[in-house]
Ligand binder design. Structure first.
Ligand SMILES: NC(=O)c1ccc[n+]([C@@H]2O[C@H](COP(=O)([O-])OP(=O)(O)OC[C@H]3O[C@@H](n4cnc5c(N)ncnc54)[C@H](OP(=O)(O)O)[C@@H]3O)[C@@H](O)[C@H]2O)c1
Length: 273
């Protein structure tokens, strides 16, 4: 059973979930169905992934009551702005075919455009209207977070950022801790690229688990919520099964020492719409 992590608005979120990028609708439907059957309750999608219909259909077909699932989607850059956000969300909600979304995130801050404050105000209204349970962000840097809170008075519950052994986000984790924001990890397996690292393989052998389980367990012990993507039912099951072993402090430090730097976009300059 996946533990729950408390959020700063009184709701809670499963401590590990399934990523769905890049999956087309059919593939997302199959993957989300098998993930839910093996116990996943947090599903991460985004309007930009183009698979909200497949994810939503799987949620309805899964047989698991909607209230037991935690569905995350994200506002694309093209729809930043107050009215645009309201319209974009309504379209996303229709594609998902769900009454409400558990967590709505701003996908990237796009600081040059600087409309994320307007978008966040609209998201807070969606929350007040009961269409969104919790509001959060993704790929925000410390100054974007502070500006958001200064201007709106609302602290996002989550910041979903790139995080894996090659980029452990020590600084942002500390910022999140000080602001009571949960760190969610995208590319938590480094897109699979870190799994043959000799340190990770050695720790995995010591615990008789897979390298992916070691990496996900390391993230859990850092207080981070990983959302590994897998289309494979066997790997999905293993990725969720990280609650019965514990890395010792030295092993946590060893994994944290694999830092080389970010692989994805820099939130200060990355633009995608
Ligand atoms: N907010 C953002 O800007 C942002 C950006 C990127 C991603 N995301 C989200 O984060 C999710 C996860 O990130 P990601 O997909 O980039 O990378 P990831 O989860 O780190 O890695 C996924 C890759 O690892 C493979 N894999 C999964 N489990 C494995 C295992 N146990 N052993 C070996 N290989 C394994 C998968 O292949 P198989 O499918 O074949 O198993 C896939 O190729 C995305 O799906 C998306 O939902 C968000």
């Amino acid at each position: 059973m996946t533990p729950a992590i408390p959020l700063n608005d009184g709701h809670s979120m499963p401590a590990l979930g399934l990523g769905t990028y890049p999956m087309a609708n059919d593939e997302a439907h199959t993957a989300v169905m098998s993930a839910i059957a093996s116990g996943y309750r947090l599903i991460d999608t985004a309007t930009r992934y183009g698979n909200e219909p497949g994810v939503g259909q799987a949620i309805r077909d899964s047989g698991v009551p909607r209230g037991e699932l935690f569905v995350v989607t994200k506002l694309p850059g093209a729809d930043h702005g107050y009215d645009e956000t309201l319209a974009s969300f309504e379209a996303a909600r229709n594609r998902l075919g769900t009454d409400y979304v558990d967590l709505y995130l701003i996908h990237w801050p796009l600081p040059r455009l600087y409309k994320y404050v307007d978008s966040f105000r609209a998201m807070s209204r969606l929350r007040d209207d009961g269409l969104v349970r919790s509001v959060g962000v993704s790929n925000f840097g410390a100054k974007h977070l502070r500006r958001l809170v200064e201007e709106t008075g609302t602290v996002p519950v989550v910041n979903q950022v790139e995080l894996h052994p090659r980029f452990n986000q020590a600084e942002m984790r500390e910022v999140h801790r000080s602001m009571d924001i949960v760190t969610q990890a995208w590319s938590p397996l480094g897109r699979g690229d870190v799994l043959d690292d000799p340190t990770i393989v050695r720790v995995a052998d010591r615990h008789s688990v897979t390298p992916a389980q070691v990496v996900l367990r390391w993230e859990v012990q850092l207080g981070v919520v990983p959302i590994p993507k897998s289309r494979d039912p066997h790997r999905q099951r293993l990725n969720l099964d990280v609650w019965d072993f514990v890395l010792d402090e030295d092993e946590v430090v060893e994994l944290s020492a694999l830092e080389t730097g970010r692989q994805g976009g820099d939130p200060d300059v990355h633009e995608e719409f």
